[in-house]
Design a binder for this molecule. Structure first.
Ligand SMILES: [Zn+2]
Ligand SMILES: [Zn+2]
Length: 508
């Protein structure tokens, strides 16, 4: 199976698909899947554009809206994570992932899917230590502060990814794992990007949580973007003998190395058939088992650890996985349930003063949360903030019950989508009891050090689009062989704070 990997997209979908088309012609190959490592900019209209954290002069609607409106169709299945230049209001509607347009799938804050058996995990956003332990309190319209914090990585999502077991084929993150530059041609990197030198010398470049995930998950491949340059590295994991091939790519600009095509052996590939896109059962079960750890408060909160009395290892048992499998009728195929919920940008419309839109609850997320029996953090944040859940989907009579669990038992969804019938969340959830696991594990011990970088303030060079020169963008094809209870009550409390002793720096 041939996979094209893109660094930052920065809204240039049309160009990316053109480039892929050119590669297919030149190399006489068929590319099956496109992976994009963030700064995707899925702005549907000018209102969405106001939620992106860039100065006004850099706001450009680009070409995503054509794929949202149906004017164009993404020619190949496209899977992406979020970065720090996003239509944050739209991505927030899909915390657990979903379709942002036909054939374009967002992985969520964190997510794991299988494409023809290839297991792909992703973490959206960039790491900033001062927001890492906070809840998901943001929603649109954003303040200048929440417009940025909304895309900062949160501990819960990293904690969830760390519960994964078994083999991960591909991991995607927007920022690079910290220290990855030690496993490639560092001298060349510094020559190309001299301003990285100080941070590299001081071991500050990159994301500490991603470094932890790289060491824990040891995927065969890891793709990143954000630093806008191509860089390859090879990490040998001493404890297991596994090897991770790391590749960072540039952003989509002419003469930049923003796309790479890889050949990956998939277990289940059948030529000319539609790709099989499925949920990952272990991931679904982890989401289910850790639902009680969601926080939507702006204060810091902490994940359970080995020194506490509550469960802290959420790697699911076979019984737990089976319980979740049953909820999905033993069919993990991801439904093609995209639907439009806002008007797409129309170049003929004149809107001189677009405003940030109010947050909406997305029918895809409602359906997913209802199937799995988990909460939508956006709905929770809005309810806690005293806001109505609005627009194309309306939830009535929702409330926080005494336990603090989000109770959607009276939830009604008025959706304009044909594919989704009004949903009612079942009030009598039959869930397994939490299982206490006593075996010690260090997997959740994260020590965060002062690794602040201000890369989000580094403006991408959103210069006017130039003609794409196909010969400059043709990648080499690299062969990669053998890739072959009821949830516990919600608690807002500090969990084992002592294990997260940090050298946390202060907010800038
Ligand atoms: Zn970025
Ligand atoms: Zn970027």
């Amino acid at each position: 199976m041939k996979i094209a990997v893109e660094g930052c997209a920065h809204g240039e979908l049309e160009k990316i698909y053109e480039t892929i088309e050119n590669i297919q012609k030149a190399e006489k190959i068929k590319i099956d899947l496109l992976l994009c490592c963030g700064d995707f900019q899925s702005t549907r209209n000018l209102e969405d554009l106001q939620t992106m954290a860039v100065p006004k002069k850099y706001m450009d609607i680009c070409t995503f809206y054509k794929y949202y409106s149906g004017e164009k169709i993404a020619p190949i299945l496209t899977i992406f994570i979020g970065g720090n230049h996003e239509a944050s209001n739209y991505l927030q509607e899909l915390p657990y992932g979903g379709w942002v347009a036909p054939n374009i799938y967002y992985l969520g804050y964190a997510g794991v899917v299988k494409v023809n058996g290839i297991r792909i995990a992703g973490l959206s956003g960039i790491y900033k230590s001062h927001d890492f332990f906070r809840g998901r309190h943001e929603f649109s319209p954003y303040t200048e502060g929440t417009k940025k914090s909304v895309y900062h990585v949160r501990q819960l999502d990293v904690f969830r990814l760390k519960q994964l077991s078994g083999k991960i084929d591909i991991c995607m993150s927007h920022d690079w794992p910290k220290g990855i530059y030690n496993f490639g041609n560092k001298a060349q990197l510094v020559r190309f990007k001299p301003h990285f030198k100080d941070e590299i010398d001081q071991e500050r470049l990159g994301s500490r949580p991603c470094e932890d995930l790289l060491n824990k998950l040891q995927p065969s491949l890891w793709f990143s973007a954000h630093l806008h340059c191509k860089f390859a590295a090879l990490v040998s994991h001493e404890d297991t003998g596994r090897v991770t091939k790391f590749l960072a790519l540039d952003k989509c600009l002419p003469k930049r190395r923003f796309l790479q095509v890889l050949d990956i052996d998939s277990v289940e590939h059948i030529d000319d058939e539609e790709l099989k896109l499925e949920y990952d059962l272990e991931w679904l079960t982890i989401l289910f088992l850790t639902n009680h750890l969601i926080s939507v408060k702006s204060s810091q909160h902490f994940m359970p650890g080995p020194n506490g009395s509550e469960r802290y290892n959420f790697t699911p048992t076979d019984d737990e996985k089976d319980h979740v499998h049953k909820k999905f009728g033993y069919d993990l195929k991801i439904p093609r349930n995209f639907c439009r919920t806002v008007e797409a940008y129309n170049p003929n419309d004149i809107n001189t003063n677009p405003q940030q839109p109010k947050s909406q609850i997305n029918p895809q997320s409602l359906q997913f949360c209802d199937n799995l029996g988990i909460d939508d953090p956006l709905s929770m944040a809005m309810i806690v903030g005293g806001h109505e859940l609005s627009h194309s989907s309306t939830l009535d009579g929702s409330d926080l019950n005494d336990s603090g669990l989000f109770d959607q038992s009276n939830a009604e969804l008025n959706s304009s989508c044909d594919t989704i019938s009004p949903l009612k969340r079942k009030s009598g959830l039959c869930l397994p009891k939490p299982i206490g696991i006593t075996s010690p594990s260090s997997q959740d011990e994260i020590s965060i050090e002062a690794s602040e970088r201000d890369s989000e303030e580094m403006m991408p060079d959103l210069s006017p689009p130039l003609e794409m020169k196909e010969e400059t963008t043709l990648p080499t094809i690299e062969e990669i062989p053998n890739l072959n209870a009821k949830p516990p009550m919600k608690k807002f409390k500090r969990r084992n704070e002592e294990i997260y002793k940090t050298e946390e720096d202060e907010e800038l």
